[in-house]
Design a protein around this ligand. Structure first.
Ligand code: NOJ
Ligand code: CA
Length: 560
């Protein structure tokens, strides 16, 4: 797809660089499909649904952590990096799944969590037993406390999940956890931490994993002096320069495979230039575009976000990614139906604002076609293709997310976007588990009958049909090999761009319908056009025909 690919003119090279424009589907196994009826999604369930994913048209799957874990943070607290949680299956079945998916042309990306381990991980258990001053404690951040009796934490760092980032153990020392207390941070100044993670990478690469998604990728290095967080000083634990050495090493390992493996960073940084530093040629391959994910439904803001991402990625020759949701954020149909359509973790503490799901769904459809039209790779979080809303009325007793608990209920947490998928039928479990199985680990709402895969498969106007159709047209690459876009002049409430000679994308945010003039074939539209006009909150993909010319003529052609 890219200019670089073109110039090599080799299909092998193109295959090796599959990640440049891949569609990656995120599987949250616990909520995908439960084959054995215990109410928890599992690998057998994923294997049984691989044909669904192939039909959807995805190139790769990214699995949230499937390793043995006490599940204090939904698997992001790993007790053993080289095995599979018995709730999900076995290592042998994971290998089978990787091979089966590959036989359908679908690659597998697994998740690595290098910033912290589970408090049940052997290293942490050994550290607790070995006591203060021991080599076992060096793998973590154990420190004495402040105050006469060491009764105050070593510093004032706050956990990203709320509350202090330190917990005291029975012998009086404190240990650092940037997330929950069950997730002690490891010490990346320790050589064994390096070698262990490198070995884990090889373990899964050797089993066919095509890549890793790297959790909390910008947090690994910490200031050994434990300086406080201050506006006017380098951050003591975020985006510190030493991290890049870790990823240079990982890239070399990834490149050592016959089909080079791929590294995808979870890097939440506001500054696109700082983000791009992780994507230099000898570091990570791609990183999630959280700026785009968080952006409000607003033509100007989205255009600025797209421009900034493309501009920051170009110098490092890395593809941009386009992401609308994941397992940590509010479902798009809910978010886009609110008065404030942006996403931020902070605002989740301000209460749950009302939403208009009809409007939100319309916008989510338009956003999906926008994201699919942009150059780079695309991430689809399970259920996004079904237009599932955020579940906002989960009974408190059913909530699992440590954010909910650590904020004393001020933040509803992330359970609302992690509801088990509805596959068929009119009532829970909607085919998620076999009939007669245990209740699902997290309840599904009533009234999701129209959102099931079966119901949507029969409806050409459904969200699922839009994703299938959109991804099909995307595969045909109506933009040829063009990896750049050119904005077309338009009013403030419209985004319009050309990509290559044969493709134009128009998104109308405003109430005034945009009249399309003759000379353009409609490839796909996110909603019905009204008498040849693009209504509000609608995206359309156009192919200019011979009567339209790129540039000035095309601008006229789309009537902007
Ligand atoms: C980011 C993951 O996406 C999130 O789910 C997790 O809670 C934190 N990292 C901590 O591992
Ligand atoms: Ca199960």
């Amino acid at each position: 797809m890219t200019a670089t690919l073109q110039s090599t003119d080799s299909s092998r090279e193109a295959d090796v660089r599959w990640w440049w424009d891949a569609v990656v589907y995120q599987v949250y196994v616990r909520s995908f499909s439960d084959a054995n009826g215990d109410g928890i999604g599992d690998l057998t369930g994923v294997r049984a649904r691989l044909s669904y994913l192939a039909e959807l048209g995805v190139d790769a799957l990214w699995f949230n952590p499937w390793y043995p874990s006490p599940q204090a943070d939904a698997g992001y607290d790993i007790a053993d990096y080289r095995a599979v949680d018995p709730n999900f299956g076995t290592l042998a079945e994971a290998e089978q799944l990787i091979a089966e998916a590959r036989s359908l042309g679908i690659r597998t990306i697994v998740d690595i969590v290098p910033n912290h381990v589970s408090s049940e991980h052997p290293w942490f258990r050994e550290a607790l037993l070995a006591g203060p001053g021991s080599p076992e404690r060096e793998r973590f951040w154990f420190r004495p406390g402040r105050g006469t009796y060491g009764e105050r934490p070593p510093n004032d760092w706050q956990s990203i999940f709320g509350g202090p980032a330190w917990t005291r153990v029975s012998d009086g020392e404190w240990y650092l956890h940037l997330f929950a207390p069950e997730q002690p941070d490891v010490n990346w100044s320790h050589s064994e931490v390096w070698t262990e993670h490198e070995d884990v990478l090889r373990f899964w690469f050797d089993r066919g994993a095509a890549g890793f998604r790297i959790d909390s990728a910008a947090l690994l290095d910490k200031d050994p002096e434990l300086a406080e967080v201050r506006e006017d000083a380098p951050h003591p634990f975020m985006d510190r320069d030493a991290i890049h050495d870790v990823y240079r090493r990982w890239r070399a390992i990834a490149e050592s495979y016959d089909e080079p493996r791929v590294l995808v960073g979870e890097v939440w940084l506001a500054d696109a230039e700082r983000l791009a530093r992780y994507l230099r040629r000898d570091e990570l391959h791609t990183a999630f575009n959280f700026d785009f994910l968080s952006c409000p439904w607003d033509a100007g803001r989205l255009r600025a976000s797209i421009d900034s991402a493309l501009a920051a990625h170009a110098p490092v020759d890395a593809p941009t990614t386009w992401v609308l949701s994941n397992h940590d954020v509010t479902r798009p149909v809910t978010r886009y139906g609110r008065a404030d359509t942006s996403f931020s973790f902070e605002s989740k503490r301000d209460g749950i604002p009302p939403t208009d799901l009809v409007r939100g769904t319309r916008r989510a459809r338009a956003a999906a076609l926008l994201a699919m039209a942009l150059p780079g790779s695309l991430y689809v979080y399970q259920g996004e293709e079904l237009g599932l809303p955020e579940v906002e009325n989960i009974p408190d007793a059913r909530r699992r997310d440590p954010i909910w608990h650590r904020s004393n209920g001020a933040d509803p947490g992330r359970d609302g976007c992690r509801t088990p998928l509805p596959w068929s039928g009119d009532a829970p479990p909607y085919g998620f588990s076999p009939d007669g199985g245990a209740a699902s680990w997290l309840g599904q709402p009533d009234g999701w009958g129209a959102l099931t895969v079966t119901a949507q498969s029969d409806d050409p106007r459904s969200m699922l049909a839009l994703y299938r159709d959109g991804l099909r047209v995307r595969r045909e690459a109506p933009w040829g090999d063009s990896a750049t876009i050119g904005w077309l002049s338009s009013t403030e409430s419209v985004l319009a761009f050309a990509r290559g000679d044969g493709f134009v994308c128009v998104v109308n945010f405003g109430p005034e319908p945009i009249q399309l003039l003759p000379g353009h074939d409609v490839l796909i539209a996110s909603d019905n056009l009204e008498g040849g006009a693009v209504p509000q909150d609608t995206t359309v993909w156009l192919r200019p025909d011979a009567t339209a010319t790129i540039g000035e003529g095309q601008r006229k052609g789309v009537g902007l």
